[in-house]
Ligand binder design. Structure first.
Ligand SMILES: Cc1cc2nc3c(=O)[nH]c(=O)nc-3n(C[C@H](O)[C@H](O)[C@H](O)COP(=O)(O)OP(=O)(O)OC[C@H]3O[C@@H](n4cnc5c(N)ncnc54)[C@H](O)[C@@H]3O)c2cc1C
Length: 430
């Protein structure tokens, strides 16, 4: 495998993106309305929407902007929930809260592309749609039902038959599927840098290499400490996703950290590019061991996969993902591999976004579940309302104290342990 395997922390996007600027490290003391821990989409969208409301904001990022999942994802903008559909969400949360959460997700991709237009963010963004092809008869029923549930909510959601999927993706073998045309693709690092620039232009202070070591309740606010500075804030958002480590051990036990691998080929010849995904959409199929693909602005083919246990697993999984490309996409040869990287996603047990109540004026936002670009951007808008005085109970996202997953130290490995079984079931489905 002649791949350039980048060290953890550097993805294709970090390597090729424009617009990197160094930001200062926090030195000394600062007083703000809202302190945000974490400089990914969640933190940056909240910062931007909050300063636009006149709230003073400091973002403290342990490494650099987009260091976490934000800079390591596939760049699919997906306006729906992984594994959950409007009807079952409404059945679980009730008509009022359920509908509000569904509306929140429905408008999330439009919000991303509106922000990109409004702030003229150069990030190869294309609102070309997000396609979910079905790999089995049961999955086909599910994709039809999804389109039927989203379309009446004003979404550009359409069920696709076998020919339509083949025409859009250039891939044979799928039984049909659905598309939400409000989705699309972008370069996530350039999008994050654009959000950061826009937030700073509007008055936010953003600090890099400023890891928050502690958050303490002092008087009617909070004190955050880094190695070389401190921030006093009325409210604090913890936006550390699966990268929070020891900052809050209780929060860490409320989600499953899922390691996901991504690879990118060298730029591919035009003939392949015009046959596969001529419309430039993002694709994530219905397999349990999800198969995803898209092209970047330079015609690199990008795909990903999950981790399995065992010695040398990291190398084996990269090889397997790379080989899977040729099989699924009917390519004459396996294209040369240029980049491979990995990242951590925070997965909630119910696959829904959550706001976690960590104390008076201290909140954590977890909106990933593999759908983070659109969801975290939309969550940031909602959290700006919270920073501006809206009660968390009145926001469209579920809000509750932390609910640690029982036997977390064991459960955190569950996705890797069941993966071989999921792969076998995918094969039997087919
Ligand atoms: C490989 C992969 C592929 C994915 N693909 C997609 C996709 O195609 N589409 C999609 O919608 N979603 C995708 N996701 C999910 C999406 O990337 C995430 O939901 C989203 O980026 C989460 O953003 P965030 O800001 O909440 O967290 P992150 O981007 O993870 O940011 C958390 C930040 O907190 C910082 N931090 C941690 N501790 C501290 C501390 N003590 N002090 C200061 N800072 C701290 C970290 O350095 C990090 O930068 C993918 C995820 C992965 C891992």
């Amino acid at each position: 495998m002649n791949a350039v395997t980048r060290p953890h922390g550097v993805s294709l996007w970090h390597a090729v993106s424009r617009g990197r600027r160094d930001r200062p490290t926090l030195e000394g003391a600062l007083d703000v309305d809202l302190a945000i821990v974490g400089g990914g989409f969640s933190g940056l969208s909240t910062a931007l929407h909050s300063v636009e409301k006149g709230i003073s904001v400091a973002v403290l990022e342990a490494e650099i902007i987009a260091w976490g999942a934000t800079g390591r994802n596939a760049g699919f903008v997906v306006p729906n929930f992984a594994k959950r559909d409007p009807d079952d969400i409404i059945a679980q949360l009730g008509p009022e809260r359920g509908e509000r959460l569904v509306d929140f997700a429905a408008g999330s991709a439009d919000l991303v592309f509106d922000l990109i237009r409004r702030h003229a963010i150069e990030c190869d963004a294309v609102q070309s749609g997000w396609i979910q092809p079905a790999h089995s008869p049961a999955a086909l029923q599910k994709t039809r039902s999804r389109a039927e549930q989203w379309a009446p909510r004003g979404r550009p959601a359409v069920a696709l038959d076998r020919q339509a999927v083949e025409g859009l993706t250039g891939v044979r073998g799928y039984l049909g599927g659905w598309i939400d045309r409000s989705g699309g693709v972008l370069n996530p690092v350039e999008y994050a840098r654009g959000l950061a620039d826009a937030a700073e232009k509007a008055g936010a202070r953003i600090f890099e290499h400023s890891r928050v070591a502690s958050i303490d309740h002092i008087g009617d606010g909070w004190a955050l400490k880094t190695a070389s500075g401190s921030v006093r804030a009325e409210k604090v958002l913890v936006a550390t996703n699966a990268y929070g480590g020891s900052l809050n051990r209780t929060l860490e036990r409320t989600y499953i950290p899922l390691k996901i691998f991504q690879i990118a080929t060298a730029p591919l010849p035009r003939e392949i590019r015009t046959r596969l995904l001529p419309g430039g959409q993002g694709v994530g199929d219905t397999r349990r061991n999800l198969f995803t693909f898209r092209f970047d602005g330079e015609n690199r083919l990008i795909t990903g996969g999950m981790h399995v246990f065992g010695p040398g697993a990291d190398t084996r999984v990269r090889r397997a993902i790379w080989r899977r490309l040729a099989g699924h996409l009917d390519l004459p040869d396996i294209p040369p591999l240029e980049y491979s990287w990995s990242g951590m996603a925070a997965v909630e047990p119910d696959f829904l976004p959550h706001l976690v109540d960590l104390g008076p004026g201290l909140i954590a936002g977890l909106a990933c579940n593999g759908r983070g670009i659109a969801m975290t951007t939309a969550m940031g808008k909602v959290l700006a309302d919270w920073a501006d005085g809206t009660k968390p109970q009145d926001l469209p996202l579920p809000f509750a104290p932390p609910s640690p997953i029982p036997f977390h130290s064991l459960m955190r490995h569950a996705p890797n342990m069941v993966l071989p079984w999921s792969m076998l079931r995918d094969r039997l489905d087919g």
